[in-house]
Design a protein around this ligand. Structure first.
Ligand SMILES: Cc1ncc(COP(=O)(O)O)c(C=O)c1O
Length: 380
Protein backbone atom coordinates (compact mmCIF):
# COMPACT_ATOMS: atom_id res chain seq x y z
CA UNK A 1 0.00 0.00 0.00
CA UNK A 2 1.41 3.38 -1.04
CA UNK A 3 1.22 5.59 2.09
CA UNK A 4 2.26 8.87 0.46
CA UNK A 5 -0.69 9.20 -1.96
CA UNK A 6 -3.67 11.45 -1.26
CA UNK A 7 -7.19 10.67 -0.07
CA UNK A 8 -8.91 10.69 -3.51
CA UNK A 9 -6.33 8.37 -4.98
CA UNK A 10 -6.38 6.00 -2.00
CA UNK A 11 -10.18 5.90 -2.11
CA UNK A 12 -9.97 4.49 -5.64
CA UNK A 13 -6.84 2.34 -5.44
CA UNK A 14 -7.03 0.66 -2.02
CA UNK A 15 -7.72 -2.74 -3.62
CA UNK A 16 -4.92 -2.76 -6.17
CA UNK A 17 -3.12 -5.84 -4.90
CA UNK A 18 -3.52 -9.00 -6.95
CA UNK A 19 -5.11 -11.97 -5.15
CA UNK A 20 -4.83 -14.49 -7.95
CA UNK A 21 -2.76 -16.86 -5.82
CA UNK A 22 -5.42 -17.11 -3.10
CA UNK A 23 -7.58 -20.16 -3.69
CA UNK A 24 -11.21 -19.38 -3.07
CA UNK A 25 -13.39 -22.52 -2.73
CA UNK A 26 -16.29 -20.88 -4.51
CA UNK A 27 -15.81 -19.49 -8.00
CA UNK A 28 -15.13 -15.74 -7.59
CA UNK A 29 -17.43 -13.34 -9.43
CA UNK A 30 -15.42 -11.39 -11.99
CA UNK A 31 -17.71 -8.38 -11.71
CA UNK A 32 -15.66 -6.32 -14.09
CA UNK A 33 -16.38 -4.72 -17.44
CA UNK A 34 -12.75 -5.08 -18.60
CA UNK A 35 -9.42 -6.72 -17.78
CA UNK A 36 -6.10 -4.92 -17.21
CA UNK A 37 -2.73 -5.48 -18.84
CA UNK A 38 0.94 -4.94 -18.03
CA UNK A 39 1.76 -3.41 -21.40
CA UNK A 40 0.50 -3.03 -24.97
CA UNK A 41 2.37 -6.24 -25.86
CA UNK A 42 0.56 -8.00 -23.03
CA UNK A 43 -2.81 -6.70 -24.33
CA UNK A 44 -1.95 -7.79 -27.87
CA UNK A 45 -1.81 -11.35 -26.53
CA UNK A 46 -5.60 -11.31 -26.30
CA UNK A 47 -5.77 -10.89 -30.07
CA UNK A 48 -3.23 -13.65 -30.69
CA UNK A 49 -5.23 -16.00 -28.46
CA UNK A 50 -2.67 -16.25 -25.64
CA UNK A 51 -4.87 -14.29 -23.22
CA UNK A 52 -8.52 -15.23 -22.71
CA UNK A 53 -10.13 -12.00 -21.58
CA UNK A 54 -10.15 -8.37 -22.72
CA UNK A 55 -13.57 -6.80 -22.24
CA UNK A 56 -16.51 -8.53 -20.52
CA UNK A 57 -18.89 -8.09 -23.46
CA UNK A 58 -16.44 -10.23 -25.47
CA UNK A 59 -16.09 -12.82 -22.72
CA UNK A 60 -15.74 -13.12 -18.96
CA UNK A 61 -14.76 -16.08 -16.75
CA UNK A 62 -18.25 -16.38 -15.23
CA UNK A 63 -20.18 -16.12 -18.49
CA UNK A 64 -17.76 -18.53 -20.16
CA UNK A 65 -18.31 -20.97 -17.26
CA UNK A 66 -22.03 -21.02 -18.02
CA UNK A 67 -21.65 -21.48 -21.79
CA UNK A 68 -19.05 -24.21 -21.38
CA UNK A 69 -20.92 -25.90 -18.51
CA UNK A 70 -24.15 -26.27 -20.46
CA UNK A 71 -22.22 -27.36 -23.57
CA UNK A 72 -20.64 -30.11 -21.48
CA UNK A 73 -24.01 -31.29 -20.14
CA UNK A 74 -25.60 -31.14 -23.60
CA UNK A 75 -22.73 -33.17 -25.07
CA UNK A 76 -22.22 -30.21 -27.44
CA UNK A 77 -18.97 -28.91 -28.90
CA UNK A 78 -19.14 -25.43 -27.41
CA UNK A 79 -21.46 -22.85 -25.93
CA UNK A 80 -22.02 -19.18 -25.23
CA UNK A 81 -24.09 -17.51 -22.52
CA UNK A 82 -26.50 -14.73 -23.43
CA UNK A 83 -28.55 -12.10 -21.64
CA UNK A 84 -31.82 -14.08 -21.85
CA UNK A 85 -33.52 -17.02 -23.51
CA UNK A 86 -34.86 -14.65 -26.17
CA UNK A 87 -31.41 -13.32 -27.10
CA UNK A 88 -30.16 -16.92 -27.23
CA UNK A 89 -32.90 -17.78 -29.73
CA UNK A 90 -32.27 -14.63 -31.78
CA UNK A 91 -28.48 -15.03 -31.94
CA UNK A 92 -28.81 -18.74 -32.71
CA UNK A 93 -31.11 -18.00 -35.65
CA UNK A 94 -28.88 -15.15 -36.85
CA UNK A 95 -25.90 -17.50 -36.82
CA UNK A 96 -27.64 -19.50 -39.55
CA UNK A 97 -30.06 -17.16 -41.36
CA UNK A 98 -29.44 -13.86 -43.12
CA UNK A 99 -31.49 -11.51 -45.32
CA UNK A 100 -33.29 -13.50 -48.01
CA UNK A 101 -33.30 -16.76 -46.07
CA UNK A 102 -36.30 -18.72 -44.87
CA UNK A 103 -36.84 -20.36 -41.48
CA UNK A 104 -39.43 -22.96 -40.52
CA UNK A 105 -40.72 -23.10 -36.96
CA UNK A 106 -43.12 -25.35 -35.15
CA UNK A 107 -46.33 -23.45 -34.43
CA UNK A 108 -46.70 -24.43 -30.76
CA UNK A 109 -43.65 -22.57 -29.44
CA UNK A 110 -43.52 -20.21 -26.44
CA UNK A 111 -45.54 -17.03 -27.17
CA UNK A 112 -42.48 -14.75 -26.87
CA UNK A 113 -40.67 -16.89 -29.43
CA UNK A 114 -43.70 -16.74 -31.71
CA UNK A 115 -43.62 -12.92 -31.53
CA UNK A 116 -39.88 -12.80 -32.23
CA UNK A 117 -40.28 -15.02 -35.29
CA UNK A 118 -43.49 -13.45 -36.55
CA UNK A 119 -42.88 -9.75 -35.80
CA UNK A 120 -39.12 -9.17 -35.63
CA UNK A 121 -37.28 -11.52 -37.98
CA UNK A 122 -38.81 -9.83 -41.02
CA UNK A 123 -36.89 -6.68 -39.96
CA UNK A 124 -33.77 -8.66 -40.88
CA UNK A 125 -35.39 -9.83 -44.15
CA UNK A 126 -35.79 -13.38 -42.85
CA UNK A 127 -39.01 -15.08 -43.85
CA UNK A 128 -40.70 -17.52 -41.42
CA UNK A 129 -43.26 -20.28 -41.98
CA UNK A 130 -44.95 -22.12 -39.14
CA UNK A 131 -45.99 -25.76 -39.23
CA UNK A 132 -48.21 -27.67 -36.84
CA UNK A 133 -46.55 -31.04 -37.38
CA UNK A 134 -43.79 -32.80 -39.32
CA UNK A 135 -46.19 -33.91 -42.05
CA UNK A 136 -46.58 -30.25 -43.08
CA UNK A 137 -42.82 -29.76 -43.38
CA UNK A 138 -42.41 -30.85 -47.01
CA UNK A 139 -45.06 -28.42 -48.20
CA UNK A 140 -43.23 -25.35 -46.78
CA UNK A 141 -39.59 -26.18 -47.55
CA UNK A 142 -38.21 -23.80 -50.18
CA UNK A 143 -34.88 -23.35 -51.96
CA UNK A 144 -33.87 -20.65 -49.45
CA UNK A 145 -34.94 -22.57 -46.32
CA UNK A 146 -31.98 -22.70 -43.99
CA UNK A 147 -33.17 -23.92 -40.62
CA UNK A 148 -35.96 -25.36 -38.52
CA UNK A 149 -36.77 -24.22 -34.99
CA UNK A 150 -38.57 -26.34 -32.41
CA UNK A 151 -38.95 -26.89 -28.66
CA UNK A 152 -37.99 -30.32 -27.33
CA UNK A 153 -40.97 -30.08 -24.94
CA UNK A 154 -43.39 -27.33 -25.90
CA UNK A 155 -44.65 -24.43 -23.80
CA UNK A 156 -47.36 -24.68 -22.47
CA UNK A 157 -48.90 -27.89 -23.84
CA UNK A 158 -45.84 -30.06 -23.06
CA UNK A 159 -45.94 -31.85 -26.42
CA UNK A 160 -42.73 -33.84 -26.78
CA UNK A 161 -41.16 -33.18 -30.16
CA UNK A 162 -40.20 -36.28 -32.15
CA UNK A 163 -36.62 -35.05 -32.43
CA UNK A 164 -35.18 -38.12 -34.21
CA UNK A 165 -37.86 -37.81 -36.94
CA UNK A 166 -37.55 -34.01 -37.19
CA UNK A 167 -33.75 -34.21 -37.36
CA UNK A 168 -33.82 -36.99 -39.99
CA UNK A 169 -36.23 -35.04 -42.18
CA UNK A 170 -34.26 -31.81 -41.77
CA UNK A 171 -30.97 -33.47 -42.68
CA UNK A 172 -32.52 -34.82 -45.89
CA UNK A 173 -33.04 -31.17 -46.86
CA UNK A 174 -29.75 -29.93 -45.35
CA UNK A 175 -31.57 -27.78 -42.82
CA UNK A 176 -29.95 -26.69 -39.57
CA UNK A 177 -31.96 -27.83 -36.55
CA UNK A 178 -32.25 -25.39 -33.64
CA UNK A 179 -33.92 -26.88 -30.57
CA UNK A 180 -35.08 -24.97 -27.50
CA UNK A 181 -34.38 -27.39 -24.65
CA UNK A 182 -35.64 -25.15 -21.82
CA UNK A 183 -38.43 -27.41 -20.51
CA UNK A 184 -36.48 -30.68 -20.78
CA UNK A 185 -32.97 -29.54 -19.77
CA UNK A 186 -30.01 -31.72 -20.81
CA UNK A 187 -30.79 -33.92 -17.80
CA UNK A 188 -33.83 -35.35 -19.62
CA UNK A 189 -33.13 -34.75 -23.33
CA UNK A 190 -29.91 -33.96 -25.21
CA UNK A 191 -30.98 -32.70 -28.64
CA UNK A 192 -27.37 -32.19 -29.80
CA UNK A 193 -26.55 -35.83 -29.10
CA UNK A 194 -29.64 -36.75 -31.16
CA UNK A 195 -28.30 -34.70 -34.09
CA UNK A 196 -29.57 -31.12 -33.60
CA UNK A 197 -27.05 -28.46 -34.65
CA UNK A 198 -27.83 -25.81 -32.03
CA UNK A 199 -29.53 -26.10 -28.66
CA UNK A 200 -30.81 -23.00 -26.88
CA UNK A 201 -32.00 -22.45 -23.34
CA UNK A 202 -33.77 -19.91 -21.27
CA UNK A 203 -31.39 -20.41 -18.32
CA UNK A 204 -33.89 -18.23 -16.45
CA UNK A 205 -35.78 -21.49 -15.91
CA UNK A 206 -34.45 -24.87 -14.70
CA UNK A 207 -30.77 -24.03 -15.12
CA UNK A 208 -30.98 -21.08 -12.72
CA UNK A 209 -33.77 -22.85 -10.88
CA UNK A 210 -34.44 -20.20 -8.23
CA UNK A 211 -36.32 -17.48 -10.18
CA UNK A 212 -33.58 -14.96 -9.44
CA UNK A 213 -31.78 -14.65 -12.77
CA UNK A 214 -32.58 -13.90 -16.42
CA UNK A 215 -30.12 -15.65 -18.73
CA UNK A 216 -29.78 -17.70 -21.89
CA UNK A 217 -27.36 -20.14 -23.49
CA UNK A 218 -26.57 -21.32 -27.02
CA UNK A 219 -24.70 -24.61 -27.41
CA UNK A 220 -23.99 -26.84 -30.35
CA UNK A 221 -21.68 -27.17 -33.35
CA UNK A 222 -18.60 -25.06 -32.69
CA UNK A 223 -18.63 -23.48 -36.18
CA UNK A 224 -22.16 -22.15 -35.58
CA UNK A 225 -21.54 -21.23 -31.93
CA UNK A 226 -18.51 -19.16 -33.07
CA UNK A 227 -20.79 -17.16 -35.38
CA UNK A 228 -23.43 -16.90 -32.63
CA UNK A 229 -20.72 -15.55 -30.29
CA UNK A 230 -19.96 -12.80 -32.81
CA UNK A 231 -23.65 -11.87 -32.90
CA UNK A 232 -23.81 -11.88 -29.07
CA UNK A 233 -20.82 -9.53 -28.91
CA UNK A 234 -21.88 -7.15 -31.70
CA UNK A 235 -25.49 -6.94 -30.61
CA UNK A 236 -24.63 -6.63 -26.92
CA UNK A 237 -26.57 -9.75 -25.97
CA UNK A 238 -23.90 -10.77 -23.42
CA UNK A 239 -24.78 -11.91 -19.92
CA UNK A 240 -23.57 -10.06 -16.83
CA UNK A 241 -20.97 -11.85 -14.64
CA UNK A 242 -23.22 -11.91 -11.57
CA UNK A 243 -26.17 -13.38 -13.48
CA UNK A 244 -23.84 -15.98 -14.97
CA UNK A 245 -22.49 -16.81 -11.52
CA UNK A 246 -26.04 -17.28 -10.18
CA UNK A 247 -26.98 -19.50 -13.12
CA UNK A 248 -23.81 -21.58 -12.63
CA UNK A 249 -24.62 -22.00 -8.97
CA UNK A 250 -28.12 -23.17 -9.92
CA UNK A 251 -26.73 -25.58 -12.49
CA UNK A 252 -24.87 -27.51 -9.79
CA UNK A 253 -28.17 -28.76 -8.33
CA UNK A 254 -30.04 -29.21 -11.62
CA UNK A 255 -30.25 -33.00 -11.43
CA UNK A 256 -31.29 -33.01 -7.75
CA UNK A 257 -34.02 -30.47 -8.40
CA UNK A 258 -35.19 -32.22 -11.56
CA UNK A 259 -35.43 -35.59 -9.80
CA UNK A 260 -37.71 -34.14 -7.10
CA UNK A 261 -39.67 -31.84 -9.44
CA UNK A 262 -40.30 -34.62 -11.99
CA UNK A 263 -41.46 -37.00 -9.25
CA UNK A 264 -43.77 -34.34 -7.77
CA UNK A 265 -45.15 -33.46 -11.23
CA UNK A 266 -45.88 -37.09 -12.03
CA UNK A 267 -47.73 -37.50 -8.77
CA UNK A 268 -49.71 -34.29 -9.20
CA UNK A 269 -50.59 -35.15 -12.82
CA UNK A 270 -51.97 -38.54 -11.87
CA UNK A 271 -53.95 -37.04 -8.99
CA UNK A 272 -55.44 -34.29 -11.20
CA UNK A 273 -56.35 -36.85 -13.89
CA UNK A 274 -58.60 -38.58 -11.35
CA UNK A 275 -60.70 -35.45 -10.70
CA UNK A 276 -64.01 -34.43 -12.30
CA UNK A 277 -63.02 -30.75 -11.90
CA UNK A 278 -60.28 -31.21 -14.51
CA UNK A 279 -61.26 -31.85 -18.14
CA UNK A 280 -57.76 -32.64 -19.34
CA UNK A 281 -54.26 -32.98 -17.92
CA UNK A 282 -51.37 -32.44 -20.31
CA UNK A 283 -48.38 -34.34 -18.96
CA UNK A 284 -46.02 -36.28 -21.22
CA UNK A 285 -44.91 -39.91 -20.95
CA UNK A 286 -41.69 -41.65 -21.90
CA UNK A 287 -39.61 -38.47 -22.08
CA UNK A 288 -36.60 -40.08 -20.45
CA UNK A 289 -35.63 -42.77 -17.97
CA UNK A 290 -35.06 -39.99 -15.40
CA UNK A 291 -38.52 -38.47 -15.60
CA UNK A 292 -41.06 -36.74 -17.79
CA UNK A 293 -40.42 -33.15 -16.82
CA UNK A 294 -41.88 -30.94 -14.14
CA UNK A 295 -44.30 -28.88 -16.23
CA UNK A 296 -47.92 -29.73 -16.77
CA UNK A 297 -50.98 -28.00 -18.12
CA UNK A 298 -54.57 -28.47 -17.07
CA UNK A 299 -57.89 -27.71 -18.67
CA UNK A 300 -60.30 -26.79 -15.89
CA UNK A 301 -63.88 -28.01 -16.20
CA UNK A 302 -66.41 -25.33 -17.14
CA UNK A 303 -67.85 -25.25 -13.60
CA UNK A 304 -64.53 -24.02 -12.19
CA UNK A 305 -64.29 -20.25 -11.85
CA UNK A 306 -60.79 -19.43 -13.13
CA UNK A 307 -60.34 -16.18 -11.16
CA UNK A 308 -61.37 -17.85 -7.90
CA UNK A 309 -59.14 -20.86 -8.67
CA UNK A 310 -56.06 -18.64 -9.09
CA UNK A 311 -56.84 -16.70 -5.89
CA UNK A 312 -57.33 -19.78 -3.73
CA UNK A 313 -53.79 -21.07 -3.31
CA UNK A 314 -51.53 -20.39 -0.35
CA UNK A 315 -47.86 -21.18 -1.02
CA UNK A 316 -48.42 -21.87 -4.73
CA UNK A 317 -47.93 -18.46 -6.34
CA UNK A 318 -49.30 -16.93 -9.54
CA UNK A 319 -46.18 -16.14 -11.58
CA UNK A 320 -45.54 -15.55 -15.29
CA UNK A 321 -42.46 -17.77 -15.20
CA UNK A 322 -41.65 -21.39 -14.46
CA UNK A 323 -39.11 -23.91 -13.23
CA UNK A 324 -38.31 -22.43 -9.84
CA UNK A 325 -38.04 -24.60 -6.74
CA UNK A 326 -41.43 -23.20 -5.68
CA UNK A 327 -44.58 -24.54 -7.35
CA UNK A 328 -46.24 -21.80 -9.38
CA UNK A 329 -49.19 -21.44 -11.72
CA UNK A 330 -49.67 -19.21 -14.73
CA UNK A 331 -52.36 -18.26 -17.18
CA UNK A 332 -50.99 -18.59 -20.76
CA UNK A 333 -53.98 -16.73 -22.23
CA UNK A 334 -52.95 -13.52 -20.43
CA UNK A 335 -49.16 -14.00 -20.14
CA UNK A 336 -46.92 -16.32 -22.19
CA UNK A 337 -49.36 -16.52 -25.12
CA UNK A 338 -51.02 -13.09 -24.82
CA UNK A 339 -49.40 -11.88 -28.05
CA UNK A 340 -50.41 -14.97 -30.02
CA UNK A 341 -53.50 -14.31 -32.20
CA UNK A 342 -56.70 -15.80 -30.78
CA UNK A 343 -57.35 -17.97 -33.86
CA UNK A 344 -53.97 -19.57 -33.34
CA UNK A 345 -54.50 -20.01 -29.61
CA UNK A 346 -57.82 -21.71 -30.40
CA UNK A 347 -56.06 -23.98 -32.87
CA UNK A 348 -53.51 -24.93 -30.22
CA UNK A 349 -56.12 -25.35 -27.51
CA UNK A 350 -55.01 -22.51 -25.23
CA UNK A 351 -58.28 -21.13 -23.89
CA UNK A 352 -59.76 -19.46 -20.87
CA UNK A 353 -59.85 -22.63 -18.72
CA UNK A 354 -56.20 -23.42 -19.41
CA UNK A 355 -53.69 -23.28 -16.52
CA UNK A 356 -49.95 -23.98 -16.72
CA UNK A 357 -48.39 -25.56 -13.65
CA UNK A 358 -44.70 -25.50 -12.81
CA UNK A 359 -44.12 -28.07 -10.08
CA UNK A 360 -41.55 -27.34 -7.41
CA UNK A 361 -39.62 -29.27 -4.79
CA UNK A 362 -42.07 -28.97 -1.88
CA UNK A 363 -43.62 -32.05 -0.24
CA UNK A 364 -45.94 -33.55 -2.86
CA UNK A 365 -48.70 -34.07 -0.27
CA UNK A 366 -48.84 -30.32 0.36
CA UNK A 367 -48.89 -29.52 -3.36
CA UNK A 368 -51.84 -31.89 -3.79
CA UNK A 369 -53.67 -30.29 -0.85
CA UNK A 370 -53.20 -26.83 -2.41
CA UNK A 371 -54.87 -27.94 -5.67
CA UNK A 372 -57.60 -29.84 -3.82
CA UNK A 373 -58.42 -26.72 -1.79
CA UNK A 374 -58.37 -24.32 -4.78
CA UNK A 375 -60.62 -26.60 -6.84
CA UNK A 376 -63.13 -26.97 -4.00
CA UNK A 377 -63.33 -23.21 -3.44
CA UNK A 378 -63.57 -22.44 -7.18
CA UNK A 379 -66.33 -24.97 -7.98
CA UNK A 380 -69.52 -23.08 -8.90
C1 LIG B 1 -39.44 -22.40 -23.87
C2 LIG B 1 -38.98 -21.00 -23.64
N1 LIG B 1 -37.99 -20.51 -24.42
C3 LIG B 1 -37.54 -19.24 -24.26
C4 LIG B 1 -38.08 -18.40 -23.31
C5 LIG B 1 -37.57 -16.99 -23.15
O1 LIG B 1 -36.70 -16.93 -22.08
P1 LIG B 1 -36.30 -15.58 -21.32
O2 LIG B 1 -37.48 -15.10 -20.60
O3 LIG B 1 -35.16 -16.01 -20.45
O4 LIG B 1 -35.85 -14.62 -22.38
C6 LIG B 1 -39.11 -18.88 -22.48
C7 LIG B 1 -39.70 -18.00 -21.45
O5 LIG B 1 -40.64 -18.34 -20.79
C8 LIG B 1 -39.56 -20.21 -22.65
O6 LIG B 1 -40.55 -20.73 -21.90
Amino acid sequence: MERNRHFNTNAVHFVDKQIERNTSKARPIYQTSAFVFESLTDMEQYFTGEKEFLYSRYGNPNTNDLGEGIALLEGAESGVATSSGMSAIMCAILSVCKTGDHLIAMLDVYGGTYSLLEDELNLFGIEVSFVLNLEELNSVIKKNTKAIFCESITNPLVRVEDLPALIKKSKEHELVVIADNTFATPYLIQPFVLGADLVVHSATKYIGGHSDVTAGVITGRSDLVEIAKKRVISMGCNLSPFEAWLACRGLKTLSLRMDRQCANAKELASYLKSLDEIDHVYYPENVSSKGNGAMLSIQLADNIDVDTFFKSFSFVKIAPTLAGVETSISYPLHTSHRSVPQALRDKLGIGKQHVRVSVGIEDSRDIRTEFQKALTIATT
